[in-house]
Design a protein. Structure first.
Length: 345
């Protein structure tokens, strides 16, 4: 049984009490419960899969469901409006992937004051305790895995130049965690691990902002290649950005001399690992993340208990797996063929 299936089994039936605490008298009937989902954008299949997972679980549990999305990655205003709408609608709980983890906190506090359980998905708020709970990939670990793989794949990690294709300049927490995790895995001192741009390692060519999109990834890669033609590794925030970076490499005739690393585990990204476009990616599980969130909101309304955290972490870890067809010693991974059975999007 895979770890993903074990986690689903563990969360099913009475075992859900282990996530949210012991049983208590029912406070609400399922039909009275409204779950809201607010994601960064509908353009990214990661968030589309979240919506699918939450919608399916809500239907399975007989609760009402509404979903909202920003117009683009970084659209805080639309997310604020969505949460205000859910407060007015009497939502029982809100699942949120915040475009701006700090700017969203005032309206999140309004929701919590109204008795609404707010669970951050994938992206912790700033501060993290601004939400009642966080269900997320261990994004630092996701970055660390691809950093370790890259360090053991290049000829000499001590002299290899690296370009960082991040998401947006405001440094959302998930972006920082992946970015800084990669640095640690690759052997670069990240300095303050809660932010980037403070590093002084000569191997860092620079940081560019892709908005997590293919077009942004291509432009970012072009800019980084112009800064240093000897660049040999790209860290990319996600697989759409990685696909764009590869197009830039092809146009420059460097697709065989620069390796690309990424995070997501979407089916198109895993196919790109199989095709040799991406050297390695860290797979996360958005459908599971969102469905668990719905279960936790329903449990909260029925028991009054809030979600627990994973041992040793300040959030509930929904898992991460390295995917590569070029494994290296000391870094556990699965192949693209194995990953295609688990991917999303």
């Amino acid at each position: 049984m895979t770890s993903k299936l074990r986690l689903v089994t563990w969360l099913s039936g009475a075992a859900l009490a282990g996530l949210v605490g012991g049983a208590a008298p029912a406070f609400a009937q399922s039909g009275d419960i409204l779950v809201g989902l607010v994601v960064k954008t509908e353009a990214n299949p990661f968030f589309a899969k979240m919506r699918e997972g939450a919608s399916q679980k809500a239907a399975e549990m007989g609760v009402k469901f509404q979903s909202f999305a920003g117009k683009f990655d970084g659209d805080n205003d639309s997310q604020v409006t969505a949460i205000e709408n859910l407060i007015s609608a009497g939502a029982s709980g809100i699942l949120l992937t915040a475009s701006d983890p700090k700017a969203i906190t005032p309206v999140v506090e309004q929701a919590r004051q109204a008795g609404i359980l707010v669970i951050a998905l994938d992206t912790p708020l700033d501060p993290a305790n601004a939400a009642d709970a966080t269900f997320a990939t261990d994004n630092f670990k996701a970055g660390e895995l691809i950093g370790q793989w890259a360090a053991k794949t290049v000829k000499d990690a001590a002299t290899t130049k690296v370009g960082f294709i991040d998401a947006i300049e405001t440094q959302p927490t998930v972006d920082v965690a992946r970015d800084q995790g990669f640095m640690k895995g690759f052997g670069i001192d990240p300095k303050d691990p809660t932010r980037y741009l403070d590093e002084d390692d000569a191997r860092i060519v620079g940081h560019q902002w892709s908005q997590g999109a293919e077009e942004g990834g291509r432009t970012s890669a072009e800019n980084l290649l112009q800064k240093d033609s000897e660049l040999s590794v790209f860290y990319t925030i996600n697989e759409p950005a990685a696909a764009g970076a590869y197009e830039a490499l092809k146009a420059a005739g460097k697709e065989s001399s620069v390796i690309i690393t990424s995070v997501d585990g979407g089916c198109p990204g895993v196919q790109n690992v199989k095709a040799g476009v991406i050297g390695a990616t860290s797979m996360q599980y958005p459908l599971l993340m969102a469905s668990m969130g719905v279960e936790a909101i329903v449990a909260f309304k029925k028991t009054g208990e809030k979600p627990k955290t994973s041992p040793g972490l300040d959030f509930f870890n929904t898992g991460v797996t390295l995917v590569t067809d070029k494994p290296v010693a000391g870094v556990e991974s699965i192949t693209s063929e194995e990953a295609l059975k688990k991917c999303w999007g």
